[in-house]
Design a protein around this ligand. Structure first.
Ligand SMILES: Cc1cc2nc3c(=O)[nH]c(=O)nc-3n(C[C@H](O)[C@H](O)[C@H](O)COP(=O)(O)OP(=O)(O)OC[C@H]3O[C@@H](n4cnc5c(N)ncnc54)[C@H](O)[C@@H]3O)c2cc1C
Length: 356
């Protein structure tokens, strides 16, 4: 059985940032089930918008993005379509419209290239871990159809919203939301991103994003009831109100977290959780890339500074700022997703773009 100081499950933005910044003195194994570019089964479902916080964080962490990650057209504002109140308003937002698969591949490849202590296994699906003695764990995973094992002292869960690592270490973990995204042929040019608010569809929001010759329609829905039926309703309403989507092409589904007020479990002792596995995602916009990068960086920084004995506990304390930030967004989401308070906000025109 191979031995490592640290095993990381998941090579999305959180796992990639962690494995880039962790000191090469640590012998690290990262397991990622996706085989970027070749794997259609495990493709990450995403709107592919990089907001300004994620951009400035990438810059602060020393990343520069290659242009081939960008997708046409670049969208500089969001149009809020409030179907509950029959309102529409445009707001400036400096997004980058990106190909998510390419971004993840770029981030992980850079860690793989530059961290000499790191071994990345792509196409490796993590199953579970078992404690073998005090402070040592046996990780089970499957690769090329074969069960494999690795021994480690520290286990890092960077495996996203439906984290198996979190499910093993956090009692009563619950995920109430899923997302559905459909791709369509484009009907007409679209240079904005729509955020649709409609209580008959969800208690969150839905989005329409142009991607080259296609249009992405996505929504975050409660798992109970019949989410697909509510998505069909959204599609029908969009066809009726805005002629942007043409023939249906594909559909994908994903788990997504919507944090509440309660502080998440981010790790302790030999276990660390980063990114969405730890519940780090905005409850108001579901933007998660910046949180994934930041928490991955923070965990690496604390392990580098304080060592493997206390590094994860120090990381736990350092997450207070991230948790506060999520709580502020949680309160903001209460205003945004209550139709009458939203009505007041939109009508007030605060932060809205001038109509020319
Ligand atoms: C539909 C949708 C649209 C979104 N749109 C945006 C957006 O436009 N902008 C934005 O900022 N955020 C968006 N988000 C949120 C964002 O995608 C996530 O919050 C972010 O990707 C979290 O990063 P992460 O590294 O923590 O997890 P992930 O990106 O989910 O990465 C987890 C990784 O773990 C791997 N993995 C999972 N299980 C296993 C296993 N058992 N074995 C091995 N590997 C495993 C996965 O393949 C994946 O690569 C969206 C989310 C959804 C669902």
């Amino acid at each position: 059985m191979e031995k490592y100081d640290i095993v990381v499950i998941g090579g999305g933005p959180a796992g990639a940032a962690f494995s880039y910044f962790i000191d090469p003195k640590y012998n690290v194994l990262l397991l990622e089930k996706r085989n970027y570019g070749k794997d259609t089964l495990h493709k990450k479902s995403c709107g592919g918008l990089l907001n300004e916080t994620a951009q400035s964080l990438l810059s602060a962490l020393g990343y520069g993005l290659p242009v081939d990650i960008l997708v046409n057209p670049q969208v500089f504002h969001v149009r809020i379509l409030d179907w509950d109140n029959n309102l529409s308003k445009k707001y400036y937002k400096g997004y980058l419209n990106i190909d998510r698969e390419k971004l993840d591949n770029f981030l992980l490849s850079r860690s793989e290239r530059e961290n000499k202590g790191l071994t990345v296994r792509r196409g490796a699906v993590y199953h579970d871990f078992q404690r073998i003695n005090k402070g040592a764990y046996r990780i089970k995973y499957r690769m090329d159809g074969i069960l494999k094992y690795a021994e480690t002292r520290l286990v890092i869960g960077a495996d996203g919203a439906n984290s198996r690592v979190a499910a093993e270490i956090v009692p009563n973990i619950q995920n109430d939301y899923i997302s559905i995204q459909r791709r369509y042929k484009k009907c007409r040019e679209m240079r904005e991103f729509y955020a649709i608010l409609d209580r008959s569809v969800n208690d969150y929001y839905s989005w329409v994003i142009p991607k080259e010759d296609e249009i992405l329609l996505g929504s975050i829905l409660r798992k109970d009831g019949n989410p697909r039926e509510r998505f069909d309703l959204l599609e029908a309403k969009l066809r009726e109100k805005e002629s942007v989507i043409g023939d249906f092409l594909t559909e994908e589904g994903a788990f997504i977290k919507r944090p509440g007020w309660k502080a998440p479990f981010v790790g302790h002792g030999n276990f660390g959780l980063i990114g969405e596995a730890a519940g780090f995602i905005s409850p108001s916009s579901s933007e998660g890339i910046s949180y994934a990068l930041k928490s991955g960086y923070l965990l690496a920084k604390h392990l580098n500074r304080y060592g493997s004995e206390t590094g994860i506990n120090r990381y736990e304390s350092s997450c207070a700022g991230l948790i506060r930030n999520i709580r502020v967004k949680y309160l903001k989401s209460k205003l945004l997703y209550t139709p009458w308070t939203r009505n007041l906000l939109i009508r007030s025109g605060i932060h809205a773009e001038e109509a020319l």
